[in-house]
Design a protein around this ligand. Structure first.
Ligand code: AMP
Length: 653
């Protein structure tokens, strides 16, 4: 399959800001590619990746090497590439522009296939050791010299992990739903009347080997407009004639596709399918696998997709409650209350006694925490496989106290002297949930049952125990427990519904957190400015952005320099941030650099104000750094919607 087709899809997706339009462009492309052997890779490339989200592997190319590769491929000096970078601010446009100015005769004219692109990109990811930089550069230049200008735009962006076409998870999910589960959109198109005949025809052409429930209205319609095609359609599919109304039991699995002219039923089908894809994604973090199953096994196949040990899943998230009464109102009485520890969320996966640790961002941190592995092995001596959810907190054994998050966060990115830092920053582990134990998938079990299952395998030790908890329906007892938790230095408490299942990736409100501080924001650094005077060696001011909940676009909301330390011993320092920012620089002009959005900071402030200065339309009064959030990705930052809510609430206070 030609890479050029994919590049054209990228281009049209990039040219619209409408989420529905993006999904629709992608879905049409997926429908056409459904039987292509590269379909799994196509899905990955559409997300700007070459491995699924759960995989640790990445292309890992720094901008410097990319500059050298473009310079070599197009025979231009590196300084020119750098100048263009400042001028255009986008690696893709640089490659495209330089390609266009290059005389075509020196470039290859072979067609670039998706297979070739993905193979080279994977080779880049796998290349290591002696002369690896040279080998990687050769692989990049090989692609760039075979590419057309448009292809070069997207190849370079993919390599740097910056596809910039505004395709968030929800868009891929909706595109898959639309492309492979035509049953719901079919209905919609009948009511729209626009292009309906064309879509109907496409539908009749594209479905084969399915069991289809169809109602009389639809039969009349198809017979009237496409008599021949409908005859063929009936030959290639098993047709069940059914009244398809709102009360039709959609859970009944005697059909895989429903064609009905009932509008309510259609939207019900649509949300059911989207939920199924979302669930499959939350447990597998792998749209390429989901697509493969969708094409080959349909909805029934998706139902079978479930947890797999070794593949991190999206952990369940919690909403914020205003106070204890609000918490009970949301989770019901009685509730399980637990200490909310100020540590780091880890999911531990154990398979045949080999334990792997993943963060909430799905990063594999096994090698950073050998002490956690041995503590867990000691506390769970059984052979059984498991996936458990827990908080790891830095601990001061001398004073027998938990230490704040900053201490444990130092260990997360540490790649060397692991034993030394494990001794310096020992940890305690507090387990609070389980997704799988033995061969039993616990996602649909109640919290009560999940806890019983953990208790069956866990022997508490000095290092590992359950999260401190009580079960109560009393506001007074809850208040007492809350005070106790704060007194010993925890962040607050959690209140959890005892009957609720484990919903990966969702902030559904089965559990809530109660903490006393004003809601902080998690914002990503998108630009930085060099300091002056004694800070002239560092970046000293940092532009922060939130996320548009619909398009996923990053929107600026302010700048910060307060709360960052002069010396690393005191906490996150200007030097630390400068070191983190330098490899992420996309372009620079004067004293300002724009960077790849990946450093997330938790920010406190006095007030949210309306502002024309920033693209979010808001600014923060007295913003100050609380801490670095290495556990959060730029996808998980505060949304504009959330900030608007906070703004409206503060006005009504
Ligand atoms: P927040 O990061 O403010 O959204 O709060 C949720 C986080 O609190 C979770 O992701 C955990 O890392 C952490 N946490 C601490 N103690 C608990 C607990 N007992 N149950 C669930 N999460 C906890």
């Amino acid at each position: 399959m030609d890479y050029l087709n994919l590049a054209k899809i990228y281009e049209s997706v990039e040219s619209t800001t409408l989420k529905t339009q993006k999904a629709s462009i992608i879905s049409k492309y997926l429908t056409l590619s459904r039987h292509n052997r590269d379909i799994k890779d196509i899905i990955l490339l559409l997300q700007g990746r070459i491995y699924p989200e759960w995989s640790e592997k990445e292309i890992g190319i720094a901008s410097k090497l990319m500059i050298s590769s473009i310079s070599k491929a197009y025979g231009v000096p590196k300084t020119l590439v750098e100048e263009k970078w400042i001028e255009l601010g986008d690696i893709g446009f640089i490659a495209e522009t330089l390609h266009k100015t290059k005389r075509q005769s020196t470039l290859f004219t072979t067609e670039l296939t998706i297979r070739k692109v993905i193979d080279n990109l994977r080779k880049i990811a796998d290349t290591d050791g002696f002369r690896s930089q040279q080998k990687k550069m050769n692989l990049i230049t090989e692609l760039l010299t075979s590419a057309s200008p448009l292809e070069a735009r997207y190849i370079t962006r993919t390599i740097l992990g910056e596809l910039r076409i505004g395709v968030a998870e929800g868009i891929i999910r909706d595109a898959i739903a639309e492309a492979f589960f035509t049953n719901f959109y079919w209905k919609e198109l009948l009511n729209q009347k626009i292009n309906s005949a064309k879509k109907a025809e496409h539908l009749l052409d594209s479905i084969e080997d399915q069991t289809i429930a169809i109602d009389q209205n639809m039969i009349l319609y198809l017979n009237k407009h496409f008599p021949e095609k409908f005859e063929k359609f009936k030959l290639h599919n098993k047709i069940i004639i059914r009244e398809l109304e709102e009360n039709t039991n959609l859970e009944k699995k005697d059909f895989s596709i429903a064609l009905s002219s009932n509008k309510i039923l259609a939207s019900e089908l649509k949300s059911r399918i989207i939920k199924k894809i979302e669930h499959a994604h939350n447990v597998t973090n792998d749209f390429s696998e989901i697509t493969h199953i969708a094409v080959n096994e349909g909805l029934k196949g998706l139902d079978k997709l479930t947890l797999s040990i070794d593949h991190p899943i999206k952990v369940m998230l919690y909403q914020k409650a205003k106070d204890i009464d609000d918490a009970f109102e949301r989770v019901g009485r009685p509730a399980r209350l637990e200490y909310k520890y100020d540590g780091f969320r880890i999911q531990a996966h154990s398979k045949n006694r080999i334990i792997q640790l993943f963060t909430r961002r799905l990063d594999n941190v096994t090698s950073q925490f050998p002490d956690i592995i041995s503590h867990i092995k000691e506390a769970i001596p059984e052979e059984k496989d498991y996936i458990i959810d827990m908080e790891v907190i830095a601990y001061d054994p001398k004073n027998q106290k938990f230490l704040p998050f900053q201490y444990i966060s130092r260990r997360i990115k540490r790649k060397y002297d692991i034993d030394q830092i494990s001794e310096k920053v020992p940890v305690r582990i507090r387990i609070f949930d389980a997704m799988l134990i033995g061969s039993k998938n616990l996602l649909d079990c109640s919290l009560k049952e999940r806890i019983i299952n953990i208790k069956n395998i866990l022997k508490e030790t000095e290092y590992v125990s359950y999260a401190e908890s009580i079960e109560t329906d009393s506001t007074e007892k809850a208040a007492e427990f809350y005070r106790q938790s704060l007194d010993i230095g925890n962040e607050g408490i959690m209140a959890k519904n005892l009957e609720a299942p484990y919903m990966p990736g969702s902030r559904v409100g089965f559990g809530v957190k109660i903490k006393p501080v004003m809601e902080t924001l998690d914002l990503v650094i998108t630009a930085a400015e060099h300091g002056e005077g004694k800070r002239s060696e560092w970046f000293a001011t940092f532009e922060l952005s939130c996320k548009d909940n619909i398009s996923g676009e990053l929107l600026t909301i302010g700048k910060i320099g307060t709360g960052i330390k002069e010396k690393s011993e005191l906490g996150l320092s200007f030097k630390d941030l400068t070191d983190m920012i330098t490899p992420l620089i996309i372009n620079s002009s004067n004293r300002i650099v724009h960077i790849k959005p990946s450093i997330v900071l938790e920010i406190a402030y006095e007030e949210i104000q309306k502002s024309k200065k920033y693209s979010s339309g808001f600014a923060l009064r007295f913003p100050r750094l609380i801490r670095l959030r290495p556990d959060r990705s730029s996808d998980e930052i505060s949304t504009l919607h959330f900030i608007e809510d906070l703004f409206n609430n503060q006005r009504s206070r």
